[in-house]
Design a protein around this ligand. Structure first.
Ligand code: TXA
Ligand code: MG
Length: 535
């Protein structure tokens, strides 16, 4: 079969519609990944999808519609929860599973009594659905088991000669497949994480169960709620291993490996530390960028002839859960960890309760390294430091080279310039002291550093934990603890980054505040840390 390359012009779209109406296959761009489309009402057209993709016959397909009103005909009933999801996230990267009506071809559902439906946001996908005049079945346009395609050339590589046409719409803005949520059971259940996050789903639905297969290998004998879960997925030719390590640990771990065709698949920040060839898949704290780049990176590894790939473990928060889900499958669930005990960063705005959380975790076995205390550590104020301070602020701050803290504070805190000078002298030494203590660790360490990111200490952290609390609660706590007036406390808050700064970089967020059973939350967290090999 000769595969036609179409573009997004009116002619290209009209041609795509024609092919689809005649029972053919057209690969089309969507905002998630490219899909291989066929008429969802035509069983023989759908069989061609299975053949072209070499897809196992028991793995059902998603029906793509052009308007919310088209959902009702495909399903037995539209429950209020589905209506609310559609209003909140359609058009967009969300697929909803409901009991099927019988309108779509049985081949769509592979014997299940459900059908999955999505209203894509990509203007070309919408235009093609419109031109075809029918709902379209569209699995990802890759050969089964291969990474999903996020641009024309990926589809071409996998499906040239096997489909009637490929519509070139450039890159896919989300980069991973849609979130799949089932509303066909008693409770809403997340079967596949994607561009719509778990938190977003829960904001509309209330609690959503996460199917165990999202994060771990399906247990033998357990039936897959979503048949796609049981198959090998997203795998490039190379053997991929997920390395559960901080950026610094990752670099050390990978640099110590040897072998031909060895590659690192890492966050942008780790690349400069690596001595093996590497591909970046986004900044560490930007899961949307990681999602956009992951499949492209997996494709590139194939082109480079990679044989063994160490991939840096992404966070499981927000869109990170989708990135993790794809990567752990690409790695066939292989995870390796460095032997060194984990460092966990502890961050959050003043007064949120970091110290309380630290005390709980210390009881579970963490060593609590309080960097604030380091500002007073004797190790910092050595001869050279005192010499610098005397030069900057005058001999009175350390008569006979013995530091007079009060005199120093008086001088230094007189002006913002004074504070900057003091910090320029002490910060590098504090940092060195913190690093010394970190290196000397013999067990897991909780790094409680108010300026973790600013000081670059996040690079040493395998996980980051943020503690937050409502501002009123934080204000009350800071005023009571430090004997400040409200104005002073507010001034201190204003000098710090907002809550988002911390939560957007955290693997976990502990929300503290009045009425919160903090001990319970910390116990749950400790259990997770243990199961993740961090404790
Ligand atoms: O973003 C996406 O969803 C892309 C684009 C093209 O829309 N499509 C896509 O389709 O990822 P596919 O076939 O590669 O993945 C669909 C997943 C599979 O894991 C399948 O098993 C599951 O959804 N699925 C489909 N219908 C289902 C059903 N009725 N019950 C349970 N799982 C279902
Ligand atoms: Mg797929």
């Amino acid at each position: 079969m000769r595969t036609q390359r179409l573009d997004g012009s009116p002619q290209g779209i009209a041609r795509a519609g024609e092919i689809l109406r005649a029972g053919g296959l057209v690969a089309i761009p969507t905002e998630t990944v490219y899909g291989l489309a066929a008429n969802a009402l035509d069983g023989s057209a759908i069989q061609k999808i299975y053949a072209a993709k070499e897809r196992p016959g028991d793995n059902p397909l998603i029906a793509h519609i052009g308007e919310v009103s088209q959902l009702a005909a495909l399903v037995k009933a539209v429950p209020p929860a589905a209506q609310r999801l559609a209003e909140a996230f359609w058009p967009g990267p969300l697929t909803i599973i409901l009991e099927r009506s019988g309108l779509t071809a049985p081949e769509m559902s592979c014997g299940l009594n459900t059908v999955s439906v999505r209203l894509p946001a990509h203007p070309l996908a919408q235009a093609v659905i419109q031109a075809a005049g029918v709902p379209l079945a569209a699995p990802s346009a890759n050969r089964s088991g291969r990474p999903s395609p996020t641009c024309f050339s990926h589809v071409w590589e996998d499906l040239n000669g096997r489909v009637d046409a490929i519509l070139d719409g450039g890159g896919c803005p989300v980069g991973v497949e849609s979130t799949v949520v089932s509303l066909a059971g008693e409770r809403p259940r997340l079967l596949r994480p994607g561009g719509v996050t778990l938190a977003q789903l829960e904001s509309v639905l209330g609690p959503v169960e996460v199917d165990p297969a999202v994060l771990s290998r399906l247990e033998p004998g357990r039936e897959a709620p979503s048949p796609g879960m049981k198959y090998k997925h997203y795998a490039p030719q190379a053997e991929v291993v997920m390395a559960d390590a901080s950026p610094e640990e990752f670099a050390a771990y990978v640099n110590a490996q040897a072998g031909e065709g060895l590659y690192a698949l890492c966050f942008d920040e780790a690349a400069p530390l690596l001595r093996v060839p590497s591909l970046c898949y986004g900044p560490r704290f930007d899961p949307e960028a990681q999602a956009r780049r992951l499949f492209e990176a997996l494709h590139q590894l194939d082109q480079l002839g990679a044989r063994r790939v160490y991939a840096q473990r992404p966070s499981q928060r927000g869109v990170g859960l989708a990135v993790y889900n794809r990567l752990i499958r690409a790695a066939a669930f292989r995870v390796e960890r460095p032997q060194t005990p984990a460092v966990i960063g502890l961050v959050g705005p003043s007064g949120a309760g970091k110290s309380t959380v630290a005390r709980f975790l210390a009881r579970q076995g963490f060593f609590h390294l309080d960097c604030d205390k380091m500002t007073k550590s004797a190790g910092v104020y050595d001869y050279n430091c005192i010499k610098d301070l005397r030069e900057a602020f005058g001999g009175e701050v350390a008569p006979d080279f013995v530091l007079d803290r009060q005199a120093l504070a008086q001088r230094a805190f007189q002006s913002p310039q004074g504070v900057r000078t003091l910090q320029a002298i002490t910060f590098p030494r504090i940092l060195a002291e913190v690093r010394r203590r970190m290196e000397a660790r013999t067990g897991p360490l909780l790094l409680d550093a108010p300026t973790l990111f600013e000081a670059g200490l996040d690079g040493a952290c395998r996980r980051i934990l943020a503690v937050t609390a409502p501002e009123a609660a934080r204000l009350a706590r800071v005023m009571a603890r430090d004997g400040l007036g409200e104005a002073e406390a507010r001034l201190r808050f204003r000098a710090q980054p907002g809550e988002d700064f911390y939560t957007s970089r955290a693997d976990w967020v502990v929300e503290n505040g009045p009425g919160v059973e903090l001990e319970k939350r910390c116990a749950a967290l400790a259990a997770e840390l243990k199961s993740g090999g961090c404790l």
